[in-house]
Design a protein around this ligand. Sequence first.
Ligand code: ACO
Length: 343
Amino acid sequence: MAIEIIGTGRAVPPKRVSNDELAAKIDTSDEWIRSHTGIGYRHIADESTACSDLGLEAAKNALAMTAGYCGDDPEERNRAASEAALTIDMIILATVSPDFYGVPSTACIVQDKLGAKKAGAMDLSAACTGFIYGLETAAGLLTVSSRRKRALVIGAETISKMINWEDRGTCVLFGDGAGAAVLEKTGAENRGILQTLLFADGSGNESLLMRRGGTRYPFKKGEVIDTSICVEMNGQEVYNFAVGAIFSTIKMLAENGNINIDDVAMIVPHQANARIINAARRRLHIPAEKFYLNIEEYANTSSASIPIALDELNRSGQIKKGDLIMTVGFGGGLTYGGNLIIW
Ligand code: ACO
């Protein structure tokens, strides 16, 4: 038995904001952002677009691919996606920027709009490692029940709505987007998700957090809120944690899987900061071309970054059936982990 990825999709908002556009509003520069992060642009959702809207589009693209449609005609795409949605048994949506806090889950909103009538649906909160956690959760749910055959895993974020756009230390880093993958339980041998590592270091829970609005620091009646609900981050702490997390996850995936890094076609890291990825890569003595980087275009889209990258690689033919792929992620919680996949 194998759990294989049989379709991928992505969606990013059309509005593309350059570093220079940010520099016109806050005290930063294209040179600083590029040299410290590798980011050139980010895509930002408009007022009316929420997390589920991007998740839905990415999911439709992934579902349509499973039905053999990868073209640009929206009607054809929707028809193919609607048919394929009926085959889905479980939807898992990873996000830190849900449509609503607590209830309902964003996954349920996507399930309804897809018409995925027989699918269970739930959200998953593991920040930027969410898609990696989602793949393993879906694989487990498909494995334990003979009734479940297909799952849809989505990473979707409209994180721009949770950013303090006056804080140059965070606002330049993030962007919006969504990516999705359809998983199928098949009879193949030595294919699909071979191994997943999931870790957490909760002692770092304050390194990256949204302080207000939950039950620890709820908003109170009559209180005047003078900033938007926003992400707070200790950049240095996250940086140091992230370099170690990438290093140890890749090393462990290779050792446990008894594989040589030369045999890996592509390593797909969470796109938080090109400097973080390059620092870990140098410690591992892995050549730059093994790491897929698209941070220049999208910035950090949290749980969406890995599935967006996988879809770009898949649709462009840069990864092919039978290729060995590694994912590695890290983020708030703090969480980290990775997957080893034969595509
Ligand atoms: N533009 C210009 N200057 C800036 C900016 C900016 N956007 N942001 C900070 N600076 C300034 C600081 O004020 C500071 O100035 P000072 O020396 O006068 O005090 C100087 O630049 C250096 O600041 P540092 O914070 O030390 O800069 P650093 O080199 O550490 O880079 C960064 C900051 C990019 C945030 C880095 O720490 C980092 O990438 N950390 C990890 C962040 C991350 O990946 N977060 C997300 C991961 S988890 C997830 O994905 C949800």
